[in-house]
Design a protein around this ligand. Structure first.
Ligand SMILES: [Zn+2]
Length: 252
């Protein structure tokens, strides 16, 4: 079979995945004449989770398209907001994204998190089994076939990570409804119900409580509350949503 040469141009958003020589304009790529365009793009280092439309000489083509000699291919980033059909939006975060996991839970976004390194195959399988969007900064993980859906986390800073994920997926925000430790849903609780989980000072000082229905952890207005309020307020403002009625305060 012949080995057609095509030209591939990546959008600036995808430049970080490709070798320096392939950034900033169409660059020649020799294909095998049989592989799909999706495969060609992936083999150049770009996880398909980050790829939106593919255009050949200005015409949109599916990932299964087999490029032929002389094609000029434009690779665009995934469109935002990104809708993933087939299940309610929920996430699975790898071991390196603990802070992001807690912030998403603080905002009421269904977020599973592996606090130990269970390995790429197990993570990908969990994504498939539970239909969760895997968030990771590990490109190799995002190439795995078993993944149900995935997304690369572009920043190393939790503030930027949160902004990026909220901008990309626009999840419904329900602040103060989830346990930041285990992702369980919170219920209102009385001081008596959570008394055995409180320290003496806490019991005296505060009387608005909630409790995780999964792990039993008690929540109350604590020392970090202002910081958490700020995270919630920022997220709601950036999502351009009206601020919900004041909710009972919770501990982190
Ligand atoms: Zn919990």
């Amino acid at each position: 079979m012949s080995a057609p040469e095509i030209h591939v141009e990546f959008a600036p958003e995808l430049a970080l995945f490709v070798a320096h020589g392939r950034r900033g304009g169409p660059t020649p790529v020799t294909t095998d004449g049989a592989s799909s365009l999706g495969h060609v793009v992936e083999s150049l280092g770009v996880p398909l989770t980050e790829v939106g439309a593919l255009r050949v000489d200005g015409r949109e083509v599916p990932r299964s398209y087999v490029p032929s000699a002389g094609d000029t291919v434009a690779v665009l980033p995934v469109a935002r907001p990104q809708h993933i059909p087939g299940a309610p939006l929920r996430f699975l975060l790898d071991v390196h994204l603990g802070t992001l996991a807690r912030r998403l839970r603080l905002l009421g976004v269904d977020t599973a998190y592996e606090s130990t390194d269970i390995g790429d195959p197990a993570l990908a399988t969990r994504s498939a089994t539970e239909k969760r969007v895997l968030l990771s900064r590990d490109r190799g993980l995002l190439h795995r076939r078993e993944l149900w859906a995935g997304a690369f986390v572009y920043s190393t800073r939790p503030e930027d990570q949160l902004r990026d994920v909220l901008d990309r997926f626009r999840p419904d925000l329900r602040p103060w409804t989830r346990c930041t430790a285990c992702n369980g849903l919170l219920k209102d609780a009385t001081k008596e119900e959570v008394a055995d989980r409180l320290e003496g000072g806490t019991e005296r000082s505060y009387d608005v409580f909630a409790q995780c229905q999964e792990c039993g952890r008690a929540y109350w207005k604590g020392a970090h509350h202002e910081q958490l309020e700020a995270i919630v307020a920022n997220a709601l403002a950036e999502a351009n949503r009206p601020t919900p009625p004041a909710a009972p305060p919770r501990r982190s």
